[in-house]
Design a binder for this molecule. Sequence first.
Ligand SMILES: [Zn+2]
Length: 147
Amino acid sequence: MQPDYVGMFWFVNGELWLKTISLDELRKEMKFKFTQRNVITYPDAHFKVWVNWCEEYGTSEKYKHFMYYPRGRISHFPKSNRYELVIDSCLIANAPLVDGILSECGISRNNTNIVTQSDDKSKHYICHRCRPELFDDEGNIKVEGYT
Ligand SMILES: [Zn+2]
């Protein structure tokens, strides 16, 4: 059986950039903490993964802010044994993309809450398509409080 994964992703010029880690690996690393946590998710923050990823692949996208492209996160809830896909609102209607992400993570729609936080005050999961006024021509954030 394919293990379940959690992860984070961007949708860059029509391409899915998905970084995952298996729950088995996290179970080994976290030991007893795994079952005590309310939520298990990819251990690094988006901005860090974005920079490392762009460095690794030598892409010029690294000059853009990590919030420039639409993105999201897949998390696991050990107590209920369910998943959550948080996704930018501009991607949520893209069924092939959503299904592709869930399939890559080995999880199903009926075991996953699919939500968006784009309208949330935490300013999470917005991108240059949702909020063009936040970005300059180079793809950097130009409004304070969004860094
Ligand atoms: Zn967006």
